[in-house]
Design a protein around this ligand. Structure first.
Ligand code: SAM
Length: 388
């Protein structure tokens, strides 16, 4: 802002910065009378005096500019001021994103395709988790299941989802019960975060492989796996008092894990439903009052192409056992090879390409107690606040 003769009225800093950046032209507001110019200059200085920084917004802008290579001193901030902003914990707390505060934004759509999720997953897998060990599937009825690799959100359990479930829904250092343990991920992530994990699985080879993997990965607390039929959970772990139930059951017969008649994946639909409800009821009986349970389930189609409704069966099983539905979220998984397959599938049968699983969270007790028993979740680098 200047007078017709070029005398500066306001914007000296902007002019200096433009000159230092080598700009040769700058748009200006030009006053023709001195009285208006003087009034504008006073108002301009006064409004700067009265204003204050929105620190979180300022910090984000400074961070972005710094990343782009801009010298922040050119903007008029000296080192002391900048480091003062950065080390002000209050300012930092306010500027945290939802992903920084809670690991990922706590919405009902959890998107495993996002960069923040993938980065965290890489960090977890860097620990040496080998969940595919011990899996020698007898058969699978679905090409989808065969085609899903570890990166496609299929059978290999997502360590980021584990971390979220534990940090969001399990009290600090609590006991976790997993009646369909499968691979090592849920156990290793639990142990690394300082939880006392108890996983049950029918297959001895799976439990052995898990224990071997945990022995090389877990430096401190070790997860516990037991071989057994979870229909006998009360006899297998009679004294267990769980703070959290977390599991991923067989999706009917989508993947057949063994020839054992007690294996849910070998059962007819009716037998599956009965045994599944029995296992859920025994698990919920071992859950302390005022605690959460979380099952990750996907749905499967029957021979005629209709969904068998595993999410619905799971909700019924928990509600009948006394734990009511509290959160229901969709886990959006990587599409993998789905785009190559979905065209033919959709054209011939109008079946949508499935690229999600259901996260069902139940609560046993009175939700008014949650604020007292579950302090704000803490998030750092994976396992930063963990066991050892
Ligand atoms: C869907 S898998 C869990 C796999 C999981 N997605 C993973 O790899 O991390 C279900 C597991 O339940 C086990 N299972 C089936 N019937 C069972 C039963 N009656 N008692 C205990 N475990 C059982 C199977 O052996 C299988 O490992």
């Amino acid at each position: 802002v200047c007078l017709v003769d070029g005398t500066m009225v306001a914007g000296n800093g902007a002019l200096k910065a433009a000159q230092e950046l080598g700009w040769e032209q700058l748009a200006a507001v030009v006053f023709t009378d001195k009285k208006s110019a003087k009034a504008y200059a006073l108002a301009d200085n006064r409004s700067a005096e009265l204003s204050s920084w929105d620190t979180p917004v300022l910090l984000t802008a400074l961070d972005e500019l710094k990343l782009e290579g801009v010298d922040l001193k050119l903007l008029g901030f000296d080192d002391k001021e900048i480091s003062g902003f950065h080390y002000d914990p209050k300012a930092r707390a306010k500027s945290e994103t939802l992903a920084e505060r809670f690991g990922v934004p706590p919405f009902t759509v959890l998107d495993a395709r996002q960069g923040y999720w993938q980065n965290r997953k890489r960090a977890w897998l860097g620990f040496g988790i080998e969940s595919e060990l011990g899996r020698d599937l007898k058969s699978t009825t679905s090409t989808e299941a065969i085609n899903r690799g570890p990166e496609e959100g299929g059978s290999i359990f997502d360590p980021v989802l584990c971390e979220l479930a534990y940090r969001w829904f399990c009290p600090d250092k609590g006991t976790v019960l997993d009646p369909f343990a499968g691979g090592s991920v849920r156990g290793i992530v639990a142990a690394e975060l300082g939880f006392d994990y108890w996983g049950i699985d029918l297959r001895a080879e799976q439990v052995e492989a898990n224990a071997k993997n945990a022995a090389t990965v877990c430096k401190g607390i070790k997860p516990n796996w037991l071989v057994g039929d979870s229909s006998n959970l009360d006899a297998l772990v009679p004294d267990l008092q769980a703070d959290f139930i977390f599991s991923c059951p067989p999706y009917f017969g989508l993947e057949r894990y063994s020839d054992d008649v007690a294996d849910l994946s070998t059962m007819s639909h009716a037998a599956f439903a009965l045994t599944y409800k029995k296992i859920v009821a025994k698990s919920v009986a071992l859950l302390k009052p005022n605690r959460f349970a979380c099952f990750v389930v996907g749905d499967v189609r029957d021979g005629a192409g209709f969904y068998m409704n595993l999410p619905g069966l799971t909700v019924d099983a928990f509600q009948e056992a006394g734990a009511l539905l509290y959160n229901e979220a969709i886990l959006v998984t990587a599409v993998g090879s789905l785009p190559l397959r979905v065209g033919k599938q959709f054209t011939q049968s109008r079946k949508l390409g499935k690229t999600h699983q259901n996260i069902l969270v139940f609560f046993k007790g009175n939700p008014n107690t949650i604020k007292n028993n579950f302090p704000a979740p803490q998030f750092g680098a994976p396992a930063e606040e963990g066991g050892e």
